[in-house]
Design a protein around this ligand. Structure first.
Ligand code: SD4
Length: 308
């Protein structure tokens, strides 16, 4: 038995390949790396890897995280430039005893010394997008931090019971150089303990980190919740707390995978596309808030047209 889940429609093709790998006996780590590198390498996905959303200075600054839920180890890079596949750097760092989370220049030097391919991650399109946004950005107008900044997150359970979580993103469009979101931060953007399950988050990192939501989901599964109710309860907990503080729930979407292969997803958006994979193939899904719970169902690409 194996299972894999990823955020947003954009992971569909990579997840299809990853599910085929898992069906052939590959490890959860190889499956997660395959699914995420497929998104990183495709400049059509503008919020991850090559051609990602530039920071305010025009540079594409990348965040990625990786956790091995059997060894209970993690690795990550943040605010790093020119690393072709940030998830591969995060995975290599996961094998280390110390120095497993590297920022900026240190992350780039590590990638070079590890022999990972480097490339200028800007494309003509990403630079044009940046230039246009900078022109329309008036000093007095607040930045729309919620504009298209989606993270690819993938959680996998392989047929040997190994579990892995991975994330990769260019973070918020026009972020301040040096800004780091939740995606490379263990416990917030991702968490995995193979005894209970794995979880990951996408949305505004500043909000996700206030609730350490990925750790919270795994912790709820440790106490007996299934993956779906853990996602819903973790999100409700933070949203209720924010509302009590007079704030909106914000823009947060969560996925989870239990150690038994159960899937979960929740969102504050009207609709959150995600993809699941198992022995029956890869399936495009959607989560939609419905009153006090989440409606989860299969969806077609047409129904999700316009969604990332
Ligand atoms: C960040 N969590 O940098 C990321 C962005 C994201 O959907 O996932 N947006 O805050």
């Amino acid at each position: 038995m194996f299972a894999i889940i990823g955020t947003w429609k954009m992971c569909h093709d990579g997840l299809t390949e990853a599910a085929a790998l898992l069906a052939g006996g590959a490890s959860a780590g190889d499956a997660v790396e395959r699914a995420i590198t497929r998104v990183e390498d495709n400049p059509a996905y503008v919020s991850v890897g090559y051609g990602g959303l530039p920071a305010r200075d025009g540079h594409v600054l990348l965040d990625a995280g990786y956790m091995d839920g059997n060894a209970l180890r993690y690795g990550g890079i943040m605010a790093a430039e020119n690393i072709q596949n940030p998830i591969r750097a995060a995975r290599l760092l996961c094998g280390r005893e110390t120095n497993c989370l590297l920022a900026g220049r240190g992350a780039e030097q590590f990638a070079v010394s590890a022999g990972l391919p480097m490339r200028d991650m800007r494309t003509a399109e990403s630079t044009a997008r940046w230039r246009e946004a900078m022109q329309s950005l008036r000093d007095e107008a607040p930045l729309d931090a919620y504009r298209g900044h989606d993270t690819v997150c993938v959680l996998a359970l392989d047929s040997s019971g190994r579990m892995v979580a991975g994330t990769s993103t260019s973070g918020l469009f026009l972020k301040e150089p040096g800004r780091v979101g939740d995606s490379p931060i263990v416990g917030s953007g991702f968490y995995c303990d193979a005894r209970y399950g794995a979880a990951a988050a996408t949305g505004l990192g500043e909000d996700v980190m206030r609730g350490c939501l990925s750790y919270e989901i795994v912790s709820l599964m440790r106490r007996g919740a299934d993956a779906q109710s853990a996602c819903e309860e973790a999100l409700r907990g933070l949203a209720d707390r924010k509302r009590a503080l007079g704030e909106a729930a914000g823009s947060i979407s969560l996925i989870a995978l239990s150690a038994q292969g159960g899937f979960g997803a929740s969102t504050t958006l009207d609709v959150f596309p995600f993809v699941t994979g198992d022995g029956t193939g890869a399936h495009l899904m959607a989560a939609q808030p419905a009153g006090n719970t989440m409606r989860i169902g299969t969806a077609t690409a047409e129904e999700l047209a316009g969604e990332p």
